[in-house]
Design a protein around this ligand. Sequence first.
Ligand SMILES: Cc1cc2nc3c(=O)[nH]c(=O)nc-3n(C[C@H](O)[C@H](O)[C@H](O)COP(=O)(O)O)c2cc1C
Length: 168
Amino acid sequence: MSTLFRAWDPRELRHVFGHHPTGVCAITAVDDQQPVGMAVGSFTSVSLNPPLVAFQPDKSSTSFPCIRRAGSFAVNVLSSDQENICRTFATKGGDKFAELAWTPSKITGSPILEDIVAWVDCRIESVIEAGDHYIVLGRVLGLAVVRDTSPMVFFQGGYGSYADLPSQ
Ligand SMILES: Cc1cc2nc3c(=O)[nH]c(=O)nc-3n(C[C@H](O)[C@H](O)[C@H](O)COP(=O)(O)O)c2cc1C
């Protein structure tokens, strides 16, 4: 039993987990009339019926409590040419929207960023404790593809793009 549950070095966990490529999304919301957001690699689709998605914010995130208070959020799927936006949303503090073009979604008012690949507008369905993170389940209220272009890919700590876009 005790040998199964040993103490892990977080660097080792990060190193191995980093060999799994992820897309990158900006999770956005409006809290107290202020736009808020954070970059995540943990967005995933969960269920088609009912339509559910999820992302996993770190408990130390200062943006997530604002998103949670808002009760709804938009998932902005970033394109490979939006690295600057990713870096802005991955940085704590400041006005992350100061130099960004965005429009409020028609359903929840959550910010939809310009030139993203796709967006999903959600209401928070539940927030589950999971170690030092939360699992946030969102009920899909609306969604659309904006730009048929290469998404941003995060792999081994670096940014890239998806080279082989499927032909339509
Ligand atoms: C590619 C990438 C993926 C990330 N994925 C996550 C994630 O899934 N969950 C998370 O809590 N933070 C993730 N982060 C870190 C957050 O973007 C960052 O800590 C943050 O939210 C900014 O701090 P704040 O929430 O206090 O504003 C990621 C950062 C990058 C660059």
